[in-house]
Design a protein around this ligand. Structure first.
Ligand SMILES: [Cu+2]
Length: 337
């Protein structure tokens, strides 16, 4: 009996030490959304559950190793087989714990999906290897995600090529972006802190997966409305300047450079008017028609040496004017001859 009391006290003490230690370590980035609070509450309960389990196992083990170690004059220990009451206890207790956590998890999941009827809509489009945000209520797109603080945004995720995953660690919640018609998924975000965060892709999606980041800027509602007004006016300037903007916004920048160094796709420097060798060995001149076709139907002509990467059909989400602007931008990067 004396042994049991000592071990129980030891386990209780260890639990408090380990649990307090883990709770005070900064295991997670700052919390910046309402949905994230439910995830953090779950984490908090898990930390105490694992602290107790750890202490139970390690406490019993250390105590036995020290107190019941073999001494010179020891006999062999008693031999016994099974202990029915103990087995019943260690089946029912873990089962009850797991069911309890499943229940907590289901409630937390429901809370993160709680809909605000005033939520406004943004479609997050993943493609290798960038994000684009379509503000469908307003009709413009952006390569950074700007959100007003303390208002819910309903994010629809989708992908143009492979499976990506939309994740802002400070907001905790995460959603896959899937390719294909009708495969959009919902994610609700209510940011609680202004500041700059990052969306990252949480699903390994190819060579430059680690660089698939986008800025998330949470703003005061007034500043957000002002930004919306600016975006609604569209980028001003010449066709080249607008083209440079689309180059960023539609994610061409993830695969094409403008300085001559090849990335995942060929560089655009000096591309216009150049003779391009295709995968089948034929040669074409990179005129406007070729560029337009390469953007709208990337698989029609494959450039030699780039057979292994599939350019996503981004051109289909661009307006003809935007494509004209991009072509003007490519022309401004010098001609082949
Ligand atoms: Cu990705």
């Amino acid at each position: 009996m004396k042994h049991y009391i000592t071990v129980i006290l030891l386990v209780a003490l260890l639990t408090v030490l380990v649990g307090t230690g883990l709770s005070n370590m900064t295991l997670m980035p700052q919390l910046a959304s309402i949905q994230g609070t439910f995830i953090d509450q779950l984490f908090h309960k898990h930390i105490w559950a694992i602290s107790f389990l750890f202490s139970l196992i390690v406490g019993f083990m250390l105590y036995s190793i020290v107190v019941f170690r073999r001494r010179e004059d020891d006999e062999y220990g008693d031999h016994f087989e099974g202990n029915t009451p103990l087995e019943i206890v260690w089946t029912i207790l873990p089962l009850a714990t797991v069911l309890y956590f499943a229940y907590l998890g289901a409630i937390a999941l429901a809370e993160t999906r709680r809909a605000d009827p005033n939520a406004y809509n943004v479609t997050a489009v993943g493609q290798q290897w960038s994000w684009r945000f379509d503000y469908t209520d307003y009709g413009f797109s952006s390569d950074e995600l700007r959100l007003p603080a303390n208002r819910q945004t309903l994010i629809l995720t989708k992908s143009l090529d492979v499976i990506h995953s939309f994740w802002i660690p400070e907001f905790r919640v995460k959603q896959d972006a899937l390719p294909g018609e009708g495969m959009e998924r919902e994610l609700r975000l209510t940011p609680t802190k202004t500041g700059t965060f990052k969306v990252r892709c949480a699903e390994l999606c190819g060579t430059r997966h680690a660089y698939m980041l986008a800025d998330v800027i949470v703003m005061e509602p007034d500043a957000f409305d002002q930004w919306v007004q600016e975006k609604l006016q569209g980028p001003g300037g010449s066709a080249e300047e607008r083209g440079a903007e689309w180059y960023q916004q539609f994610g061409c920048v993830a695969c094409h450079t403008t300085d001559g160094s090849p990335l995942v796709g060929p560089s655009w420097k000096g591309l216009y008017g150049e003779e391009v060798t295709l995968a089948d060995g034929s040669v074409v001149v990179a005129d406007e028609a070729y560029l337009r076709e390469s953007i709208l139907d990337p698989q029609a002509k494959i450039v030699q040496g780039f057979e292994n990467v599939v350019m996503p059909p981004i051109g289909q989400s661009m307006t003809p004017e935007q494509i004209d602007d991009v072509i003007a931008f490519i022309k401004s990067l010098g001609t082949g001859e």
